[in-house]
Design a protein around this ligand. Sequence first.
Ligand SMILES: [Zn+2]
Length: 535
Amino acid sequence: MRANTVLLLCTAWLLAFANFRAWKLLAALDSGGLPHWLFLLCLGALLAMTTLVLLLPLSFKWAIKPWLVIVLLCAAAAAFFMDDFGAVVDRHTLRSVFETNAREAGEWLSWRMAWKIAVAGVVPALLVLWTRIDWRPLPRELWSRIKLVLVVIVMSAIAIGIGGRGIASSLRNQRELGHVINPMAIASGIYAYVDNARPQAAIVVQPLGRDATRPAAPAGAKPQVLVFIAGESARAASWGLSGYARQTTPQLATLPVANFTDMHSCGTDTAVSLPCMFSNLGRRDFSERAALSRENALDVLAHAGVDVAWFDNNTGDKGIARRVHETELQNSTDPKWCSARNCFDGILVDALKRTLAGTHDGSMRGDRVIVLHVKGSHGPAYYQRYPAEFERFTPVCRSNELQTCTPEQIRNAYDNSVLYTDSIIASVIALLRDDHAIDGALLFVSDHGESLGENGLYLHGAPYAFAPDVQTRIPMVLWMSDGFRQRDGVDAACLARQAAQPWSHDNIFDFLLGMMQVRSSAYRPQLDPLRQCRT
Ligand SMILES: [Zn+2]
């Protein structure tokens, strides 16, 4: 075959087999007065053009086959996640791919995935490798490629001329489309990812709140210990305390906690939400680079003399705990909590128990903030997130291939993982309450919500602008021992009122500083949910 023929066949294959999601969105667009078939034809022509533009630069001897194989395989993998999980391809999802660890990646592998990628990607890739390309002298090849470019330009011009106005306005209203056109979305996603990651070596961390101080503890006061549980994929819609029809938080329901019923996340994935909630940037000004370039709430607490520690059973601290004491537990082999695949969050309660013991033997004297980064309801293998005794809602989905389970099975497995989170939080409260050497408090916040198949979406990571509520509305729970509350001067009735107000991750930075009575130019009292409650 001629090289041009191979290029056109690959383009046709990608259009037909790697773009189901894009076609579904395109078919639903308003055609702006054009006959629908003509509108779709114009869009199809533009789609083909974007694909060809991607394939053309490397369409020469030696390069063309490896390039087509890479594109076909990547497109097939992306199509699997877009079709089966409702995912989109942008720099955030690509970062999850590039920065995953072996255990997390292993949870995705399935026969369904292998089968789908084989059919959509491996088969055409093998055909490409098997094809003998009829190469002509370079000048003629170049000329034939230039002719192809001219065809691309003319076809695009015609398509835009006919359907331009309708296409432009429809695309403006359907921003998701840019993230599902395959394989162009992969190319632009990788570009955005690299562009964003590139300057990180040169990042200089700007100091923040170096003037931070705290009032001296009253004579005879016990050390204050605030445990901050940063949650994973817990959504308000499945949170018993927030009105979910099922009681998924039976232990917390019996405890005197303040449950914040209108709490919103900063992002829809861990890599955004987690650094965002510890930074003073707020959702509107947040970028990973900006967050990495400045100190965060933990640093300010440390400047004020608070002892800060981070324990991790998830995928790491995303750079937040770089300047404080950090302990990674996710690769632990403690047989009490860990299987070959992962560790249950109970391992964090054990770690907390051990570190609190330092208060008793005198090695820890000061006030402390201890962050526990839990694995929570991390999908898709919800059924692996909790020990057997928490499997109370049955039957459960015992697969990472969520689409092969019924909605009921997925919900059951997810709800069991929430039950376990409820028990983890309650165990931490019990530890703090029963420890008479300290005044304890606990703040639990989820990083983002989760889709469990609503509207064909699974997991999380939808671009914020069109993310469904279930991915952005999250639970937040506060418990304070009487001693902690009194030293903080917080009025209980006021706290209950504040818990019903709308809050977001934008408030966490000042929430934490306020809880530990930090005085600093970095503290913004107007953003602290408890400011009005202090006497
Ligand atoms: Zn997360």
